[in-house]
Design a protein around this ligand. Structure first.
Ligand SMILES: Nc1nc2c(ncn2[C@@H]2O[C@H](COP(=O)(O)OP(=O)(O)OP(=O)(O)O)[C@@H](O)[C@H]2O)c(=O)[nH]1
Ligand SMILES: [Mg+2]
Length: 318
């Protein structure tokens, strides 16, 4: 554990492996190091597949380095554990960063949809923060619940979209719009960037005024255009996080969201394990599939069975 805070990269890599696999050792490390977190600027970069997030992260990291800050990067690989295409592509894109001792980079596989991703990515952010990186960037793909929760674990979330992604922007989950504090229309070298900016602006206008008005920027990650402005915007938001009159309140809200999200994920997992183990789920599923029972009463029955199982477990434990 001392190794991590002394900047030992191998100790950090080992700890990340534990956090990713959610082992008891990983939990212990996170608990012990949590008091050292809160110093890094934590940045989430999210958006749809192929939006240019990895390219953006690499130029973003370079600009942070130019400003004298060390950078930790976590890329959550959305593809299956058997296809490492995304990771390989990212390696090539980020090649010159890997030679820099002020940069630490790690790819993580997403582990299904039971909150595993948000748990392990949140843990990885904490770990890199505690290890002393000035800036911690996490890249995630998509706009699902997982990404929203990862976003909650980062101080500033950057939403990356593209010109011509109008329909996607319109249908974007309201939740993600709410948690993105900086919006970037990347690939501004392509036609339609201004239209995309206008669409985002219209969506934000519907959301109404708030203490922080998310800036909407244009960038061309491939050439690095607009990246200085992006880092400036992130810096401004981080400053807002520290100094706004609502800062304490917002930190509390963030903490609440994190605790609730983690508890929900754990509960979900535990419930599914219990329901699968005692066969209650399979029996109810069969009933619903054959229309001998409606799904709502089946869900009720499942909850009753789970409460019984938990009560029993509580008795044997107590
Ligand atoms: N024209 C243009 N292409 C870009 C720009 N930025 C990235 N790209 C290209 O977009 C493609 C996807 O880039 P990535 O950075 O891998 O995108 P990503 O969002 O990380 O992709 P996933 O992680 O697979 O979801 C690549 O071919 C990039 O070269 C840009 O500013 N302009
Ligand atoms: Mg990527």
């Amino acid at each position: 554990m001392d190794g991590i805070t002394r900047g030992d990269r191998r100790a950090l890599a080992r700890a990340l492996t534990h956090v990713e696999a959610d082992t008891p050792a990983g939990r212990e490390i996170l608990a012990a190091l949590y008091a050292r977190t809160g110093r890094a600027q934590t940045i989430g970069v999210t958006g749809s597949a192929g939006a240019g997030k990895s390219t953006l992260v690499s130029v973003l990291a370079r600009e942070e380095r130019r400003r004298g800050r060390t950078v930790g990067i976590i890329a959550v690989d959305p593809s299956s554990p058997f296809s490492h295409g995304a990771i390989l592509g990212d390696r090539i894109r980020m090649q010159d960063l890997t030679a820099d001792s002020g940069v630490f980079m790690r790819s993580m596989a997403s582990r299904g949809n039971l909150g595993g991703l948000s748990e392990s990515a949140g843990g990885a952010i904490d770990l890199l923060d505690a290890a002393g990186y000035d800036v911690v960037i996490v890249e995630t793909v998509g706009a699902g619940q997982d990404e929203v929760e990862v976003a909650n674990a980062a101080g500033t979330t950057v939403l990356v979209t593209n010109p011509g992604a109008g329909d996607e922007i319109q249908s974007m989950k309201a939740g993600l719009m709410e948690v993105a504090q900086v919006m970037v229309v990347n690939k501004a070298d392509l036609a339609g960037a201004d239209t995309a900016v206008a669409q985002l602006r219209a969506l934000l206008a519907i959301a109404g005024p708030s203490a922080w008005a998310p800036p909407i920027l244009k960038a061309t990650a491939r050439s690095g255009e607009g990246i200085v402005e992006l880092v400036d915007a992130i810096d401004r938001h981080q400053e807002h996080l520290r100094t706004s009159e609502h800062a304490v309140e917002e930190r509390r809200l963030l903490a609440e969201r994190q605790v609730v999200a983690l508890a929900r994920a754990a509960l979900h997992r535990e419930a599914l394990v219990a329901a699968t183990a005692n066969g209650a789920l399979a029996a109810l599923v069969e009933d619903v599939a054959t229309r001998t029972r409606d799904p709502r009463s089946a869900a009720e029955a499942l909850l009753v069975a789970l409460r019984e199982a938990w009560t029993q477990a509580g008795k044997t434990r107590g």
